[in-house]
Design a protein around this ligand. Sequence first.
Ligand code: SF4
Length: 261
Amino acid sequence: MAYDQTDQFAPFVAPANEAGASEASTLAQRLNAELRDAHPATILRAAYEHFGDKLALVSSFGAESAVLLHLAAQVDPDIAVLFLDTGMLFGQTLDYRKTLAAKLGLTDVRDLRPHFEDLAVGDPNADLHKTDTDACCHIRKVVPLDAALEGFDAWLTGRKRFHGGDRLRLAVVEESEGKLKFNPLANWSKEELDAYAAEHALPAHPLVAAGFPSIGCWPCTNPVEEGEDVRAGRWAGSQKTECGIHTARAPGAAPFMGGDI
Ligand code: SF4
């Protein structure tokens, strides 16, 4: 059953120009002020009330994804869930994506894959990750997601402040490329996530038990040692910490922080 949408909020129309982008920024600031201390479920409902079917959830079906997916399924199981199938994911992630979506009753999980032409030209041997991870992420994540988001005015992410680094300053609502981004779990601790998952008997990604607290593509994800940062196993040994989907594309624009994918 979809969340009972009210007309408490006027619907937001995607900005098509600089003035529109400014309007989105103003709305993001207002909503962030209203929702900065709200429960994740309240943030999700506010996002849905504003944007309806113009709201998407971007999920990696990774180590901590089940909580946000479960919360979203309570609001609207028909919400569009955008899943970046880079062609480099662990088989366990592909299995988890299927079983978790079925368990939660999510009806519209969309598998986003790299464009064939981009791979043929830019990564014909599927080894670009060895020489240029930014270019590889661009072809396999950024381009497919940007294309999919064209049909939406706002999206939900699973980023959290407890992951540290720049994410310590993560806003609950922010503006990016003229769209609004909601981060309903920004305020939650690891303990709150674990308690919610236990309360609702949410299945864990199978690689968590093998020492992977953050899970991306197999060539760029290592298990971590006890006491290491959650994302220490992502692009380990390099300066790279983000795949690029949360980074501003426009020249001179401020970067956006963090990444759950
Ligand atoms: S995480 Fe690694 S394999 Fe995956 S798209 Fe980025 S560079 Fe390529």
